[in-house]
Structures are given as C-alpha cells and as structure tokens.
Design a protein around this ligand. Structure first.
Ligand SMILES: CC(C)(COP(=O)(O)OP(=O)(O)OC[C@H]1O[C@@H](n2cnc3c(N)ncnc32)[C@H](O)[C@@H]1OP(=O)(O)O)[C@@H](O)C(=O)NCCC(=O)NCCS
Length: 189
C-alpha cells in the first residue's frame, strides 16, 4: 500500500477527528447522502458530477486506475467532505473540494487541499487547475491564500449539465509550468 492510500486523520478546529479515505465502491450510498444533505447554497457551489450509482462507480474505477485521485472525509460513518484531483495521471490535474455545511469553517478545507497538493507533487504534476463559481468569495480567497493564481473566467460544465461561468485558477508546481487551457467538464458525463 502506498502512502497515499493509507487512512489518515485530520482534526477540525472544534476537536473532531475526521478520517480520510480513498473513495471506494463501499462509499456509494454515503456519498449520495452527502450530496442530498448539502444546502442549496453549498450545492450551487459544489456539484462536480451526477450522483447516480453508475456515475459514482465509474469514478471509483477511475480512482482505482489512478486516472483520478478521489478522497472522502468521514465523521463517524458519514461523509462530510469529498475532494479530488481529476486527471491525476496528466500534467495538470483539476482540483475539486466540497464540505458538508455543518463542517465548513473548521480548517478542514485547507487540510484537504494540502493532501491534494502533496499528492500532485509526489506524482510529478506540473501544476493544479481548478474552477470556482464567480460568487464563491470564500473559496476564491482560500485558493489565493494557498498560492493559486487567478487566470480569468471560463465556462464549466456542472454535474447537472448546466454551463456555468467560473473563475479559473492555477497553482504551478514546477518552475515555468504553463497549463493547457482546456474545456472544463467532468471526466464522466
Ligand atoms: C470552500 C470550502 C472548501 C472551504 O473549506 P473550509 O473548511 O470551510 O475552510 P477553512 O475552515 O479551511 O477556511 C479557510 C479559510 O477561509 C476562511 N473562511 C472560511 N469560511 C469562511 C466564510 N464563510 N467567510 C469568509 N471566510 C471564510 C477561513 O477564515 C480560513 O482562513 P484562515 O485560514 O486564514 O483563517 C468549504 O467551505 C466548502 O466546501 N464550501 C462549499 C462548497 C464549495 O464552495 N466548494 C468549493 C468549490 S470551488
């Protein structure tokens, strides 16, 4: 087992232990519940893909093959965070992160991003791309503080097929790395 697939624990500011696991087939139902329980506000900021069984199982398969690197964060047996690098096997993976409403503002976002950034560095990625909806100032400020640069706005295809105007951001991991500007859409549609 590699370092990246070992289970680990992060702590929320209010002292709760959050267990980080690689997404597997066993998480399908808990992940659907995570999405269903998000507030409309949070879902409008984080709907990376559809949550039907078939779609999630396809992501599990991509995860197994290292095409994506996808984690779930668990508090007891409930998923409270979902975060990933899509196209993990390519030079410029795409980062996504979503945290259950009750667990936001607890320092977990930063910890989860650090896990993904460390994974990308270990894998030899040249840099990390992401997009974030124009109104999501919290996430935008967090990404800037983590070292991401704002590259301009782009269209992103959300998990329900809508085309959404978003800010595009980039964290270089190698000197002089320039991202391929691509169409942003989920790898499984
Ligand atoms: C955006 C998100 C991932 C951030 O994770 P988080 O765990 O809530 O954030 P953290 O507690 O790690 O805080 C990160 C920073 O943002 C600040 N912050 C957190 N919530 C904030 C809020 N509501 N308003 C302003 N700043 C806020 C914190 O002060 C912290 O800064 P600091 O480290 O300098 O104190 C999380 O809130 C989330 O999932 N939101 C809904 C879905 C979403 O927006 N996903 C991102 C899609 S691109």
């Amino acid at each position: 087992m590699t370092k990246n697939t070992e289970n680990r624990v992060i702590k929320s500011r209010n002292g709760q232990d959050i267990h980080i696991e690689i997404l597997s087939d066993a998480n399908v139902q808990a992940l659907q519940t995570f999405n269903e329980e998000l507030s409309e506000q949070t879902r409008s900021q984080f709907l990376p893909h559809a949550y039907d069984d078939k779609t999630i199982l396809q992501y599990c398969e991509r995860n197994k093959k290292n095409r994506d690197r996808i984690y779930v964060a668990l508090l007891q047996n409930s998923i409270i965070g979902y975060f990933f690098l899509w196209d993990f096997n390519k030079p410029f993976p795409v980062l996504g992160i979503g945290i259950a409403d009750a667990c936001q503002g607890q320092g977990l976002g930063k910890e989860m991003m650090n896990i993904l950034i460390e994974d990308a560095k270990t894998a030899g990625s040249k840099g990390i791309l992401l997009t974030t909806v124009l109104s999501n100032e919290t996430a935008f400020q967090l990404y800037l503080r983590m070292g991401f640069q704002y590259l301009g706005d782009t269209d992103n295809i959300a998990g329900d097929g809508r085309v959404v105007r978003e800010r595009m951001m980039f964290l270089p991991l190698m000197a002089g790395a320039k991202p391929d500007i691509q169409d942003f859409k989920p790898p499984v549609l």
